[in-house]
Design a protein around this ligand. Structure first.
Ligand code: NAD
Length: 260
């Protein structure tokens, strides 16, 4: 799919690291202009710089996906820079470790920590779709009309995971939102899908490998972590016209983890 995304304009959140960064680079390599939104301005700029240095088009945007004003600005800035919005990868997310709750059972979560994980991982996807779909509808986006959205859920959107209640709840919610958006916006030819990565080698997971690595790898039939690039291939396909009949789906890429 070398030039599959040629001329498409795609907004990627969490594009400064891990899966978002890999997807942004892959989309750009396939010809897309990519707007990168991230809490870390430096990381967003680093990914944008890599794309521009290799001859692509990119825009770095800093802000928080859980703040509606920031999300509205991400979409408006993308449309202002590139003319319209064809697709989005709503991927920014945090793990329980980000709120000091790695491995914490439900009775020990504070309401505040729980709410922050939901705000970023679930409300962030709602806000993104709200503004992205409005922009797609306004601008008759894309060469073939419509648009495509991919939301990052997780295998934690399909099964429970001890010690990760807010994360699991947020990712189950992402799949529900994805299905509902697919139904609501099929008449506008906007496709909405989710990806459900298993354990992927990113800064979200790598710090846990020294202590939990053996347990994690025992649960993965391929006995390794996935790479961000392996998820990027799936995201590319779902955002491309190759997936023109695919909507409302949640695609697993987990080395067999959820097959057990
Ligand atoms: P990562 O920590 O490497 O990257 C996440 C990026 O999102 C960072 O650049 C961070 O600055 C940004 N971000 C965090 N909160 C934000 C906010 N409020 N607003 C804007 N940007 C924000 O993580 P990753 O592993 O690449 O994870 C990406 C997505 O994939 C997340 O939604 C995560 O839940 C999901 N996921 C990851 C794995 C895994 O094993 N790594 C597995 C399943 C799902």
């Amino acid at each position: 799919m070398a030039e599959e995304m040629h001329g498409k304009i795609i907004l990627v959140s969490g594009g400064g690291s891990g899966i978002g960064r890999a997807a942004a680079l892959r989309l750009a390599r396939a010809g897309a202009a990519v707007a990168l939104a991230d809490l870390s301005e430096a990381r967003a700029q680093a990914t944008a710089g890599e794309i521009i240095a290799s001859g692509g088009k990119a825009l770095a945007l800093a802000g928080d996906v859980s703040w509606e004003a920031d999300v509205a600005r991400f979409v408006a800035a993308t449309v202002a820079a590139f003319g319209r919005l064809d697709g989005a990868f709503n991927n920014a997310g945090i793990s329980p470790a980000a709120v000091g709750c790695a491995g914490t059972p439900i009775t020990e979560w504070s309401e505040e920590a729980f709410a922050r994980v939901i705000a970023v991982n679930l409300t962030g996807v709602f806000l993104a779709m709200k503004h992205e779909i409005a922009a797609m509808a306004r601008t008759e986006a894309g060469s073939g009309g419509g648009g495509a959205i991919v939301n990052t859920a997780s295998v934690a959107g399909l099964v429970g995971l001890r010690g990760s209640s807010a994360y699991v709840a947020s990712k189950h919610g992402v799949i529900g939102l994805t299905r509902t958006a697919a139904l609501e916006y099929a008449p506008l030819a906007i496709r909405v899908n989710a990806v459900c990565p298993g354990y992927i080698d990113t800064p979200m997971v790598a710090p846990h490998m020294p202590t939990r690595g053996e347990d994690i790898l025992r649960a993965v039939p391929f006995a390794r972590l996935g790479t961000p690039a392996e998820i990027a291939e799936l995201v590319l396909w779902l955002l491309s016209d190759c997936a023109s009949f695919v909507t409302g789906a949640a695609y697993v890429a987990d080395g067999g983890y959820s097959a057990a």
